[in-house]
Design a protein around this ligand. Structure first.
Ligand code: PLP
Length: 476
């Protein structure tokens, strides 16, 4: 492809992008293809001769798009959103055109300095301590791994980096039973061992019970173990339960334990001052992550990771091979020392475009709008005699189930709600996922898609009621 055809094709692609985003709600939200269907339709061998862009684009629309689940559909209510927005997509186009490798300051000073600046903006926008430092990680899972590794190194006096695990096999990590699976993954990768991850009980709102944490830490100390890290959830993935940060921070301070905050989803809500109660106690937190790629309209991947003690982070990850030695070292941020990756994409650009194009007020208004529609959906569930909330609504996430009054068998209710959800998703008209609340099958509805309006929620609520009725008629 030469520059002239690139230009023509790029215009066509942009037209496709705009058409797609304008019409995205017409696609079946969850892809309806069967397992292996796409694989079997693709040729077994790579082409020997180059093909025309027309043919490739044709196959993209006929073969690939049907196998896509449309995360940008306003009827995507599943998991947590992985939102994009027009300014973010435009920035991604520029990023892929520059295709810069932003491992150190010298490899693109603007990337390093924009990253530092935009993360400073976020600190102010979210109400995080001004003295913290931040870096963009590829995902919250990576950020949590970075936090666990930093805690491991800090408490081993950087000896595990140096000599391996000898004599350090009794380190203990704590999180609630509701915390995201990325903590378990981090503990495994960090070599700490899954059996050293202590899961702390939760209260009726599914938030960690500080007293239980304190007991677990004291028991471990008595038994000769070394508590090194607590991971607090600011918004669990199941139900957006918020662990009581202030009390956890006091305990961590008392026992000299690293406190990492996983605010992957709910962190975005901190741009609304009325949700800052969630970070009461933030001054004594050691590290914090949230995902602008979830609910801040910035394309995946973009996780904002902040630390109180930059030196501990750098000391854990720093490497300095001869070919990466530069004259600027020490005066600038070389982000390859701020996490696992050496090579890094220029991810700050899309965040910068999004924050500027929306403005802080525009972002606040959009989040408020989502929370407002979610409150209306919550009321609809509360008013319906045969539906019930399974937990208190938090932000824009509603956890509920169908529960006809005459029916009280838990297994039966579980099965019925599973069927309802499967049917709704199979219709292609909306996509929702589930969680379990105290063993009970619970439908989750996350109202946070960039383009979601009240009518999308109303239509989906009607679909849920009809489907529940139909499934109920068959099963009851
Ligand atoms: C989504 C989520 C994660 C994982 O996020 P990734 O960026 O996909 O790694 C971690 N913790 C919580 C609470 C989440 O909601």
């Amino acid at each position: 492809m030469d520059s002239k055809s690139f230009r023509e094709n790029a215009h066509r692609v942009v037209d496709w992008m705009a058409d797609y985003l304008e019409n995205v709600e017409k696609f079946p939200v969850k892809s309806q293809v069967a397992p292996r269907e796409i694989f079997d339709r693709l040729p077994a061998e790579a082409p020997q001769e180059g093909e025309s862009f027309d043919t490739i684009m044709e196959d993209f629309t006929t073969l690939i798009v049907p196998g896509i689940t449309h995360w940008q559909s306003p009827k995507f209510f599943a998991y947590f959103p992985a939102n994009s927005s027009y300014p973010s997509v435009l920035a991604e186009m520029l990023t892929s055109t520059l295709a810069a490798q932003c491992m150190i300051w010298d490899t693109s000073p603007a990337a390093a300095e924009l990253e530092e600046k935009v993360l400073n903006w976020l600190k102010t926008m979210l109400g995080l301590p001004q003295s913290w430092n931040g870096a963009i990680q590829d995902s919250a899972s990576s950020a949590t791994l970075v936090a666990v590794l930093t805690a491991r190194e800090k408490y081993s006096l950087y000896n595990i980096n140096e000599h391996g695990f000898k004599g350090h096999d009794n380190y203990r990590i704590y999180c609630s039973t509701e915390t995201h699976s990325s903590v378990e993954k981090a503990v495994k990768i960090a070599g700490l061992g899954r059996s050293n991850l202590v899961k702390i009980d939760v209260d009726h709102q599914l938030a960690m019970v500080p007293e239980k944490l304190k007991e677990a830490i004291e028991r471990d100390i008595d038994e000769g173990n070394r508590p090194i890290c607590v991971v607090a959830a600011l918004g669990t993935t199941g139900t957006v339960a918020v662990d009581p940060l202030h009390e956890l921070a006091d305990i961590c301070h008392k026992y000299n334990v690293w406190l990492h905050v996983d605010a992957a989803y709910a962190g975005s809500a901190l741009i609304l001052p009325e949700y800052r109660w969630m970070i009461d106690g933030i001054d004594s937190v050691d590290s914090f992550v949230f995902n602008p790629h979830k609910w801040l309209f910035t394309n995946f991947d973009c996780s904002a990771y902040f630390v109180r003690d930059k030196e501990a982070l750098l000391q854990t990850f720093e490497i300095l091979p001869e070919y990466l030695k530069t004259a600027s070292r020490g005066q600038v941020n070389d982000y390859r020392d701020w996490g696992v990756q050496l090579g890094r994409r220029f991810r700050a650009l899309k965040l910068w475009f999004v924050i500027r194009e929306y403005g802080v007020k525009g972002l606040q208004a959009t989040l408020k709008h989502h929370i407002h529609i979610a409150r209306e959906m919550e009321n609809a569930v509360l008013e319906h005699p045969d539906f019930e909330l399974m937990t208190q609504r938090m932000l824009n996430v509603i956890c509920f189930r169908y529960h006809p009054r005459e029916c009280n068998d838990i297994d039966f209710l579980n099965k019925m709600n599973e069927k309802i959800l499967q049917r709704v998703n199979k219709s292609g008209k909306a996509f929702l996922t589930h969680t379990k609340v105290r063993g009970q099958y619970t439908i989750r509805m996350v109202i946070g898609q960039t383009r979601v309006e009240k009518r999308h929620v109303t239509e989906t609520w009607e679909l849920l009621q009809e489907t529940a009725q139909q499934v109920g008629d068959v099963l009851l």
